[in-house]
Design a protein around this ligand. Structure first.
Ligand SMILES: NC(=O)c1ccc[n+]([C@@H]2O[C@H](COP(=O)([O-])OP(=O)(O)OC[C@H]3O[C@@H](n4cnc5c(N)ncnc54)[C@H](O)[C@@H]3O)[C@@H](O)[C@H]2O)c1
Length: 337
């Protein structure tokens, strides 16, 4: 099978490309490298010991995207390409709508025009918003609290509508909680452009001295230590979930939604402690005001995907910290260093 991976040079995309290649899939990547380096794809191919085909294309460029579909007999698409930072989305919401929603509709149009109907979509736990009830199952009501979350929720609704208007379409939407860590080889990991928006690359860059200290957003949440609680999940478990999603895509028509999380909540301060233990250094941090758009707790109920596909997480918090640190230690300046 030939799989088109949008955003394949990014953090989760690169780990998923390795998983797909190692499981016999042919991989074609489309990425504009707005938040990644082409070097990630060199490492992916070395790690897997297999080649892939990559195009530097913006998903919204319909002509260039059509040429990619013309050039390959694509069977299914795994769609990661998006902007993903909650705080930034409040500053530049229209960019989030344009790239995340506009990119997805451009992709759907290309798929429809080329008779490709199978899609795995990167959704997010952020669509659940500030739910009082944790863990959250897929039936929990959506309540996006920032433009990023709204863009993901809007995409899910557009995908559901597409499936009902065009019964040929099959979509699996994976709502991941907070992916972290890196491939255990230390060859690929999280290397965003500019100052990281996610906590783990921020921590690792503080540890190598590229950044001074971590800001912990909010010390007055209604949680035991006052910092926000998240369900951190190893990126290798997320990559595994995508391979399973591709395997199961054709089983049922229409759209299905699955959470991917561990079911365990970890506070930001607990994460700082776990990472300090992994890298053997105290990580300087300061507790600052809450960040607009953030919520107190996000914890997954992933029993649906375990029941239906037998997926469960196999790596713990210590492995996420060890692996993220190994990648940063071996690549202090990332892929371009
Ligand atoms: N990392 C997380 O915490 C998290 C959590 C839940 C959901 N997600 C979702 O998972 C997906 C992947 O996240 P990630 O952490 O790997 O992010 P990432 O930024 O590392 O990867 C996204 C990739 O998409 C590319 N891209 C962005 N806009 C593009 C466009 N218009 N055309 C082509 N390529 C484009 C970027 O260059 C990058 O390589 C995103 O859709 C994100 O919203 C991420």
């Amino acid at each position: 099978m030939v799989i088109l991976v949008t955003g394949g040079a990014g953090f989760i995309g690169s780990h998923t490309c390795v998983e797909l290649l190692q499981n016999g899939y042919e991989v074609v990547v489309v990425d504009n490298h707005s938040n990644s380096s082409p070097g990630a794809l060199d490492e992916v191919q070395k790690l897997a010991g297999l080649p892939l085909t990559a195009y530097q294309v913006d998903l919204r460029d319909r002509k260039a995207l059509a040429e990619v579909f013309d050039a390959h007999p694509i069977d299914a698409v795994v769609h990661f390409a998006a902007k993903k930072a909650v705080g930034e989305s409040i500053q530049i919401p229209l960019d989030y709508f344009d790239i995340n929603i506009g990119g997805t509709t451009s992709l759907l149009r290309a798929m429809h025009e080329h008779g490709v109907y199978q899609l795995v979509f990167s959704s997010s736990c952020s669509i659940y918003g500030d739910s009082q009830k944790v863990p959250m199952a897929e039936e929990a009501p959506a309540g996006p609290t920032n433009p990023y979350a709204l863009s993901k929720w809007t995409c899910e609704q557009l995908l559901a509508e597409t499936c009902s208007r065009y019964p040929q379409f099959t979509v699996v939407s994976l709502r991941y909680f907070n992916p972290m860590g890196a491939h255990p080889s230390g060859r690929i990991g999280e290397d965003p452009r500019g100052v990281p928006h996610n906590v783990m690359p921020y921590l690792t860059q503080v540890a190598v001295g590229r950044l001074e200290r971590l800001s912990v957003f909010g010390g007055d949440y209604p949680t035991p230590d006052g910092s926000a609680i998240r369900d951190y999940i190893h990126v290798m478990d997320v990559a595994d979930g995508h391979r399973l999603a591709v395997e199961h895509l054709g089983e049922e028509p229409g759209m299905r939604v699955f959470n991917l999380g561990t079911g365990a909540g970890v506070s930001v301060l607990e994460l700082v402690e776990a990472f300090s233990a992994a890298c053997g250094k105290e990580i300087p941090y300061q507790v600052v005001d809450r960040r607009p758009g953030d919520v107190a707790r996000l914890i997954a109920d992933s029993s649906r995907v375990e029941r239906e596909w037998g997926w469960r997480t196999t790596r713990n918090l210590a492995a996420m910290c060890d692996d993220a640190w190994r990648f940063q230690r071996l690549n202090p300046n990332g892929y371009d260093g």
